[in-house]
Design a protein around this ligand. Structure first.
Ligand code: NAI
Length: 329
């Protein structure tokens, strides 16, 4: 199959080429993001492969169909950036990688919690300046604290497992409670109670109309003072201006973001440019905010699994057979 990979980085190429060795798909790589201007570059391809910041919305899907594309392979789990209905209408099949390493994201989440709590991001720079002062670096024991986990699917359950290892009390919220999570000793509760009682709240639900801005001013108001909020799910689950207000009023004591509502600059080096995103610029001024650029998934194991599943999905599309990872409207 002829496959065009959008937003391709060197690590994507390495992983996909390795997974393609015994397959022989014809893969071409583009650095460009998929958008209205670049969709035409897919001409001559049977399928395209896209990542989280590529937009396959209505008009773009039509353009892809016009140039002969019959498949969209997401090399990620979330598919909120693809409009499924027009794709289905134009006969474009959409496949994704539902799971590649829940451990990668869960472990990064704990990395964010630990770094932010113990102020490792500040300690690192301080010590390099030969400043060994401890004032300002005070943290708290995780042991015995209550942590709220919103979304207990593949990633959320691993987060619950690790938190139980730290001796935390875990309150969980999910539309579909999971027995395995209960067996770990976590308690499913209503969202309001989770907001009220949690010292730390970590988000692992997908971005859907119901979870869009789930963490807004009302929700933040219900939380305990000095709450830590961690988001490694999708940016728009948090309403960023409300989080900024919460930080300014000190209601939010710590905020860790691996994802952000406007990930325009994510995955790019814009260190020589003027940052145009005022919300992101404001977030980066807070000493108690830690931002990573959507890197929670980024482990060697995850990249290998993503490439393998993506090309297995492409095999299914090429053979015109059922694909277990197809998403439908
Ligand atoms: P999953 O599908 O296994 O689990 C999602 C869970 O969220 C399910 O249990 C589902 O019932 C629950 N859920 C859905 N709607 C909900 C709602 N309104 N309220 C509460 N719970 C709700 O997905 P997985 O693999 O655990 O991934 C979760 C999310 O993490 C993905 O949708 C993706 O957006 C994000 N993600 C982020 C990555 C990163 O690098 N930062 C990497 C991979 C995924």
């Amino acid at each position: 199959m002829k496959l065009t990979v959008f937003s391709a980085k060197s690590y994507d190429r390495t992983a996909l080429d390795a997974a393609n060795e015994d397959r022989g798909h014809e893969i071409s790589y583009l650095e460009a993001r998929l958008d209205a201007d670049t969709a035409g570059l897919a001409e001559g391809s049977d399928a395209i492969c896209i990542f989280v910041n590529d937009e396959a919305k209505d008009g773009i899907v039509d353009r892809l169909a016009d140039v002969g594309v019959k498949g969209i392979a997401l090399r990620c789990a979330g598919f909120n950036n693809v409009e499924l209905e027009p794709a289905q209408r134009r006969g474009i099949r959409v496949v994704r990688v539902p799971a590649y390493s829940p451990h990668a994201v869960a472990e990064h989440t704990l990395g964010l919690i630990l770094a932010l709590n113990r102020k490792l991001h500040r300690a690192y720079s301080r010590v390099r300046e030969h400043n060994f002062e401890l004032r300002g670096l005070l943290g708290f024991d995780l042991h015995g604290k209550t942590v709220g986990v919103i979304g207990t699917g593949r990633i959320g359950i691993e987060v619950c497992r690790i938190l139980k290892g730290f001796g935390c009390t875990v309150l969980a919220y999910d539309l579909f409670p999971n027995d395995e999570v209960k067996q770990l000793g976590c308690e499913y509760v209503e969202l309001d109670r989770l907001f009220r009682e949690s010292r730390i709240i970590t988000l692992h639900c997908p971005l859907t109309p119901e979870t869009h801005h789930l963490i807004n001013a009302d929700a933040i108001e219900k939380m305990r003072d000095d709450v830590m909020i961690v988001n490694a799910s999708r940016g728009a689950v948090i309403e960023t201006p409300a989080a900024i207000e919460g930080l300014k009023s000190r209601k939010i004591g710590h905020l860790a973001l691996d994802v952000y509502e406007e990930e325009e600059v994510f995955f790019e080096d814009v260190s020589n440019e003027v940052l145009q995103d005022d919300m992101l610029a404001r977030l980066l001024t807070f000493p108690n905010v830690l931002v990573t650029g959507h890197q929670a998934f980024f482990t060697a194991e995850a990249l290998g699994n993503i490439a393998e599943t993506t090309l297995a999905n492409i095999d299914d599309l090429a053979a015109d057979r059922d694909c277990p990872n197809e998403v439908k409207a």
